[in-house]
Design a protein around this ligand. Structure first.
Ligand code: 5AD
Ligand code: SF4
Length: 446
């Protein structure tokens, strides 16, 4: 019999990429082999995201395309996993009854069981809200050898009014520090040189944990320091943090841990105090800028990226100008800009004064133009410097591509394999990447 194959499509954030490595690991452990062709797949998995606008329409579109294939091959199994599965559950089975398994974000460990049960019992669903096994503890099939995602916490205790995450991923649950360390040690032993610690709100890690025989909780700063001690590892990143929780102990731990990279993601969301309040973000514009200053004082060459939402309900032209003003003052290296979209179930979705599409688009374009100029200016400041690049693969036009510790993308000359560290002189700047030429390491003195 020919091999059983699976096709896995991942949408959304790094947390989903991490979970997809586990989905691939589980399927591989059950004897499946990956394919890119839906027609030859015996299992098709969509690992879905609920944040983007029209995510559900796109899912039903994809499921619609699969329907004739499933009719032609009734043994094909279709799985919907991830945040939309968690959020929409039965609705998916009602709208697309040819789906065999709906598996929520907490139920991933039971995926193979659900698939086996679907063989004899028909469509299955598990969207229970309790995580018994951390997804990181599952076998993973990682496509990249030198880098790994490590989940340190799931869920979020905040209640930003635009955000669907607390609804689909639940309250924060941190993974015991010993389990995280054991995983990172195992990864480093297997050749991984860079890890990204993952959580919806990483810097509140540990608040829900206790330590055996100690009244103290392990906190994010403790975790950074401990991971920094792991032999073989060279770079530590983390995402996503909340600006409010960049407490001085976290900044100290970053500054004093040589493997922790000089880059933070510092999501602003809006530069208007009125809008921040309506979003239920805990800080205001001046406080945010003050925190940013303090971080830059402690870690002078740190690169900063951010998320900004344009067109939150009730956002006026004055509010938007406040956002432009904070952007101009903050000098972000990169900004991920989003047009506000109504997510059913969130508080903001029912707020009055939804901003019209045309106004949102016009503001969005102004924001992107401003940030583009700032990104380019920040990139130009890098020209002439010599930086360490970790090669990730080959980019467009066949050139090697990698990242600096500050998370800047560099296209470089010469043949380099993924996982190589190369010293590079920066020769050119673009808004989203740099051009670099490798420099020779000084010859060792005999
Ligand atoms: N509309 C637009 N952008 C959103 N984000 C989250 N929810 C929404 C929404 N309803 C953005 C935020 C968040 C990023 C991951 O996605 O900026 O930080
Ligand atoms: Fe969503 Fe992040 Fe706010 Fe949590 S902190 S509710 S994940 S935007």
């Amino acid at each position: 019999m020919s091999e059983r194959r699976y096709l896995l499509r991942t949408f959304g954030c790094q947390m989903n990429e991490h979970d997809s490595e586990r989905i691939a690991g589980l399927l591989t452990s059950d004897g499946y082999v990956a394919t890119e062709e839906a027609a030859e797949a015996s299992v098709v998995v969509f690992n879905t995201c609920a944040i983007r606008e029209n995510a559900d329409n796109r899912l039903y579109g994809n499921l619609g395309h699969l329907r004739p294939l499933k009719q032609a091959n009734p043994r094909m199994r279709i799985v919907v996993a991830g945040c939309l599965a968690q959020k929409d559950g039965e609705r998916i089975q009602e709208k697309a009854p040819w789906v065999d398994v709906v598996v929520g974000t907490h139920a991933l460990p039971g995926l193979l069981d659900l698939l086996h049960r679907a063989e004899t019992e028909g469509p299955q669903m598990d969207i229970s809200e309790v995580t018994e096994v951390f997804p990181s503890a599952l076998p993973a099939l990682r496509e990249v050898r030198h880098h790994a995602w490590v989940s340190i916490a799931v869920g979020c205790d905040n209640a930003c009014t635009f955000c669907i995450v607390p609804l689909v991923r639940g309250p924060q649950l941190s993974r015991p520090i010993g389990d995280v360390l054991a995983e990172v040690q195992g990864l480093a032993g297997g050749g991984v040189v860079e890890v990204t610690l993952l959580g919806q709100n990483v810097n509140t890690y540990g608040r829900d944990l206790t330590m055996p025989d100690s009244p103290r909780r392990p906190l994010f700063a403790d975790l950074l320091r401990a991971v920094n001690e792991v032999d073989g590892l060279r770079r530590i990143r983390f995402t996503s943090p909340h600006p409010h929780d960049f407490t001085p102990d976290v900044i100290d731990a970053m500054a004093s841990s040589d493997k922790v990279c000089e880059h933070i993601h510092f999501p602003l969301q809006s530069g208007s105090d009125r809008v921040l309040k309506a979003m239920q973000r805990s800080y205001r514009r001046e406080r945010y800028l003050g925190w940013l200053d303090a971080i830059r004082q402690s870690i002078p060459d740190i690169a900063v990226s951010t998320d900004i939402i344009v067109g939150f309900p009730g956002e006026t032209e004055d509010d938007f100008v406040d956002t432009l003003d904070v952007v101009a003052r903050a000098r972000f290296d990169q900004a991920y800009t989003f047009q506000y979209s109504q997510r059913p179930g969130t508080r903001a979705a029912t707020m009055d004064d939804q901003v019209s599409k045309e106004v949102v688009q016009e503001r969005f374009d102004r924001l992107v133009a401003l940030q583009q100029a700032i990104s380019l200016e920040r990139m130009r400041q890098q020209v002439g410097t010599i930086v360490e690049v970790l090669v990730e693969g080959t980019g467009r036009k066949g050139r090697a591509q990698g990242r600096t510790r500050t998370n800047r993308v560099v296209h470089l000359d010469g043949d380099h394999a993924p996982g190589d560290f190369v010293q590079v002189r920066i020769a050119g700047a673009h808004p989203h990447h740099l051009d670099g030429k490798p420099v020779r390491e000084p010859a060792a003195v005999a």
